[in-house]
Design a protein around this ligand. Structure first.
Ligand code: ATP
Length: 314
């Protein structure tokens, strides 16, 4: 399928009031298209509405209003097909301790109505590296293995779209690498569209071609990862002087100057407004001889902080 794997229009979710808690508007009219075949990142601070969005896609939370199409199937018109097109690896480790991985995958396939002849249990066990634990009780699996089993459960019905909710939270580096290798392979070899939420911005930057940032129930930015990072205009020049500097040099307007503990001088400015040459010139004009010079470009973390700290900045 070319086009979009997911199409979301005007999606709203208000959780009903309960006890002393007032109603909570978790999604405030989200429009979002996710291209088929992409690895797409969903970022946002705690409570932004990411899990609500994912749970609506998974059919676990009922939307208040709006339209959701998964692999071309409208959730309201073709609920069975839209559900069959998506697999979700949840955040919580909700695994029945008395099932073996093989049994857990078989039960899951049964829930999705996959006929016995079409089950791919052994392939999934191999893909998640649990072949040798296939018949061990889940309660004897390590945390990392349980997480891989959750990934396996999301794959039994060969969904076109795979959603991963914080897949690597609290996971050690080795397992994280393994999960990513598996997920990349699914994307490349099977063309599976991958949607993931993560708090690790570096991970999103490395893994995702496109990113949407959600804040307070609204999509405040959606772009290619490169364009989002490119949108940040700030640049920092770090200059190590030959001799200790006691008085900070006079700089052109628009340049923020500071001195680090190691004596290096930092100049932050807008790339489009002030040429780097002008900053260096001003440093030289102040009689400072430069021993070393380095620049720092913004990363996704800067974009994220800027967008989520000042509302409407997108
Ligand atoms: N079942 C519920 N009942 C009432 N309010 C809820 C419920 N689930 C979530 N919320 C509220 O809706 C808002 C969005 O929550 P959600 O879990 O979707 O955010 P999130 O972006 O996934 O956060 P996190 O990164 O912490 O998982 C929050 O204010 C949360 O408290």
């Amino acid at each position: 399928m070319g086009g979009n794997a997911i199409e979301i229009e005007g999606l709203r979710k208000t959780y009903a009031a309960s006890g002393s808690q007032p109603p909570k508007e978790a999604l405030k009219g989200v429009d979002l298209d996710i291209p088929a075949g992409s690895i797409f990142g969903l970022l946002g601070p705690n409570g932004a509405g990411k899990s609500t969005l994912i749970n609506i896609l998974a059919g676990l939370v009922l939307k208040t209003s709006g339209r959701v199409r998964i692999w071309g199937f409208d959730q309201d018109v073709n609920p069975r097909q839209s559900r069959a097109s998506i697999g979700v690896m949840p955040q919580e480790l909700n695994i029945d301790p008395f099932f073996t991985p093989r049994a857990a995958l078989e039960v899951q396939a049964g829930l999705y109505g996959v006929p016995k002849s079409q089950r791919i249990t052994d392939r999934v066990l191999k893909a998640i590296g649990l072949e040798d634990k296939a018949d061990a009780y889940a309660r004897n699996l390590s945390g990392g293995m349980r997480r891989r089993l959750l990934l396996g459960k999301a794959l039994v019905h060969r969904p076109q779209v795979l959603v991963l909710d914080e897949p690597t939270a609290g996971v050690d580096i080795e397992l994280r690498q393994m999960l990513w290798t598996n997920i990349r392979r699914l994307n490349e070899e099977m063309g599976t569209t991958i949607i993931l939420t993560t708090h690790y911005l570096e991970e999103a930057e490395q893994m995702c071609e496109e990113i949407a940032i959600i804040n307070n129930g609204e999509v405040i930015a959606r772009d290619s990862t490169a364009a989002l990072v490119g949108r940040m205009d700030a640049k920092t020049l770090v200059i190590h002087p030959d001799d200790p500097v006691t008085d900070l040099p006079e700089m052109p307007g628009g340049v923020d100057t500071c001195q680090r503990r190691d004596g290096a001088l930092c100049f932050t400015y807008r790339r489009r407004e002030i040429p780097t040459g002008a900053v260096i010139e001003a440093v030289r004009a102040a009689g400072i001889t430069i021993r070393d010079i380095a620049t720092q470009e913004p990363d996704l973390e800067d974009v994220f902080v800027e967008l989520t700290s000042s509302k409407g900045a997108a």
